[in-house]
Design a protein around this ligand. Sequence first.
Ligand SMILES: Cc1cc2nc3c(=O)[nH]c(=O)nc-3n(C[C@H](O)[C@H](O)[C@H](O)COP(=O)(O)OP(=O)(O)OC[C@H]3O[C@@H](n4cnc5c(N)ncnc54)[C@H](O)[C@@H]3O)c2cc1C
Length: 306
Amino acid sequence: MIVDETIRGEIRKRLSGECLFDEPAARHTSIGVGGKIDLLLFPRDAQELREVVGFLREREIPFLPVGNWTNLIVLDGGYRGALVSLARLRSLSLRDDGHNGVRLLAEAGCPLSELVSLSAREALAGMEFCAGIPGSVGGAVRMNAGAYGGEIKEIVESVIVLDASGATRADAREELRFAYRNLDLPAETIIIGAAFRLWRDDGEKIAGRIREIVAMRKEKHPLEFRNAGSIFKNPRNCPAGRLIEEAGLKGTRIGDAQVSAKHGNFIVNRGQATAEEIVRLIVVIRQRVFENSGHNLEPEVKIIGE
Ligand SMILES: Cc1cc2nc3c(=O)[nH]c(=O)nc-3n(C[C@H](O)[C@H](O)[C@H](O)COP(=O)(O)OP(=O)(O)OC[C@H]3O[C@@H](n4cnc5c(N)ncnc54)[C@H](O)[C@@H]3O)c2cc1C
């Protein structure tokens, strides 16, 4: 489907939020690569999201939801179709259940950092492991983000989705198929928001855990360069970073894409890296790690486009 002037006009009519045409993905991906996206849409609320997604379906325009772009590599040829950003859906509220538990309700576009700050301010435990993960609520639920012994699935109570038929529904945790760095969702399902179950605890203890995690991240992760977080999933009982280091790959560079010298499971953009260089480096890493250890590393980052 070619996104022509008529389609652009129709989209503009349905969207009071921003819409960008032929927008370079490199301006948005945390690793700073990616070609032009035909349509980048920012619906203002859930109603606009429903309308615009309905239109995309009707016209058979391929689309994907995006959050903070921190786990995403868009290829240099760009994306044919629409990327629908949830960034404007960011309401956040707390509901006390009268006991020790509190429900945190967040729209998909809320940055995890806001949830972490709010829960620290309110002395609510459960979110500390998210400190320093730069994703949005939608991306974190979709990826079942995790770190330092915690995972999103452990604190999710329910997830609100817009399904492929255009209906909105809330799925309770027991109905959701979470796995390591994945929530198995039917194609074309968009997460609109989620409810998290937190509990009251000592505020100082919570703040201390958050400080500790942020300090460990600063020490271990190459935050001085643009990156997309962990490139590969960790095989069972064996960190991918260690396997990459043992294969002698730290510091390996293709163009401006480099295996971080600080952490083997990060590829950093040393300036003008292209998606092609990153993908070539991913291929080299997989091959060398397989030769060295027999492990078949699976990418954690999502690679989209052409
Ligand atoms: C410095 C750094 C550190 C990181 N540390 C960690 C870490 O410790 N642990 C960890 O798990 N991850 C980590 N990440 C990766 C990333 O931040 C997480 O996976 C995060 O949850 C992705 O959220 P996002 O909003 O950026 O998603 P995006 O990158 O925008 O999207 C990721 C995937 O989710 C889908 N998606 C996004 N929003 C929605 C939605 N509303 N509905 C349905 N699907 C959606 C997208 O289509 C895509 O497939 C790190 C990344 C960086 C750059």
